[in-house]
Design a protein around this ligand. Structure first.
Ligand code: GRF
Length: 222
């Protein structure tokens, strides 16, 4: 299906502050992003991201994972909710849940995630501290398609920032987040315009396979 004739319908899943969601909202407001943000769904009630969505008049839903006995039943209910919006793309923006393979398979090729490391380095949590502890000179963030492998799907775009003397996890996370807010809207725009697809397990941009680390962006911004 070509999305070029109509705006891509996007559902965003969050668990927290929603600064990446805000970057998408800002992209829509400035008309740079040709998407309809049709719903924001949080697994945690009362988070700032829900307020950001409501302010932008985007329908919000809360599906509290704590009210479900099993991961499978939560994922099922979440799929039903998501599918009721008939989305073209699902964007995980700080959605802190491990997903069942049934869920990831259902949205294969149409679900993106952002992970704060230069994948394949530092999958999982506490990436900023781990990069500092390992003495890395550079750290960063990756947008990737979601597959059954946690933080392991094909990379789309990666932004690298320097690790500076005296950095702690908080200062480094801030530098990385500025790049998150650049590369996530970029990847979503590529998808919405029909330029980005996952084919045979590979990220393809304008019909060409991307490298295993995705499109590279380097930032020397302190
Ligand atoms: C970001 O750092 C993202 O890389 C990670 O979770 C955080 C979400 O932040 N997956 P926000 O909720 O978008 O502010």
């Amino acid at each position: 299906m070509s999305l070029s004739s109509k705006k891509a319908r996007v559902v965003v899943l969050i668990s927290g502050s929603g600064s990446n969601l805000q970057a998408l909202i800002d992209g829509v407001t400035s008309k740079e992003l040709p998407i309809d943000l049709v719903a924001v769904i949080s697994n945690r009630p009362g988070v700032l991201g829900l307020e950001r969505a409501a302010k932008a008049n985007i329908p919000t839903e809360v599906l509290d994972h704590k009210t479900f006995a099993h991961r499978e039943s939560f994922d099922h209910a979440l799929m039903e909710k998501i599918d009721s919006y008939n989305p073209d793309l699902i964007v995980l923006a700080g959605f802190m849940r491990i997903l069942t393979s049934e869920f990831t398979q259902h949205y294969q090729g149409r679900m993106l995630n952002i992970h704060p490391s230069l994948l394949p380095k530092y999958q999982g949590l506490h990436t900023h501290q781990r990069a500092i502890d390992a003495g890395e000179t550079h750290h960063g963030v990756t947008v990737h398609f979601v597959t059954a492998e946690l933080d392991g799907g094909p990379a789309i775009v990666q932004a690298s920032v320097p690790v500076l003397d005296g950095d702690d996890a908080t200062t480094l996370a801030k530098r990385v987040q500025r790049q998150e807010h650049v590369i996530y809207p970029l990847a979503v725009k590529w998808f919405a315009e029909g330029d980005l697809r996952m084919i045979d397990g590979k990220s393809m941009l304008k019909g060409e396979p991307l490298s295993s680390s995705g499109f590279q962006i380097w930032s020397d911004e302190p």
